[in-house]
Design a protein around this ligand. Sequence first.
Ligand SMILES: Cc1cc2nc3c(=O)[nH]c(=O)nc-3n(C[C@H](O)[C@H](O)[C@H](O)COP(=O)(O)O)c2cc1C
Length: 205
Amino acid sequence: MELKAAIEARTSVRNFTETPIPVSDLKEMVRLAACAPSVNNYQPWKFVAILNNELMEDMADVIVRKISQIPSNESKVAQNVKSQVEWYATFFKNAPAVIAVCMELYETILEKGVDLSHDEINKMRNYPDIQSAGAAIQNLLLASVDMGYGACWMSAPMISKSELEVMIGIENPMQLIAFVAVGEPAHPLKPKEKKAVDEVFSVIG
Ligand SMILES: Cc1cc2nc3c(=O)[nH]c(=O)nc-3n(C[C@H](O)[C@H](O)[C@H](O)COP(=O)(O)O)c2cc1C
């Protein structure tokens, strides 16, 4: 598939068939994800493909429990919102695979020479480590489309980030950034309408 066609065909896929994905295909998606740019080319990302249904169910349960603990009123609206959030945070359990995207915090040269913490410098640079992870995730999504799969970038499960890190075995200095659910789409891809380019583009000549 041509790059432009993959970009235009990509859409978030949340319903999958039960067809398993060969590990070799997941590995190829990750190889392409890791071609992404990263701050100072530091690329200390790791991708863990989770295929184990029991683990996926356990992770979803932990997330549901966390969502239920968010303070809210007893209104029907609040309950509806919570159950929607619950689904958008846990549908990965029905995917043939979920890829946990992990990243080591970026240590700048600056950190060695100035009296500022990692967090302070990272904030000053507008979170280049998270920006780098985003570039890799977008590559992953496009690679999945190119290979005939569908995927969805998921940050909602990160409500249980620390619990999930323990369950997946992600240890300091690595940290969990996002999930990407992947599989064969249950329905044909139907990309969402996007803003016209004239609405989002301007030029300073
Ligand atoms: C940083 C980020 C986090 C996201 N987290 C979730 C999520 O937790 N659950 C979900 O169902 N979709 C999630 N999405 C997918 C968006 O909802 C989706 O990209 C958006 O609605 C546009 O639709 P499209 O991807 O089909 O173009 C996320 C997307 C991004 C970029």
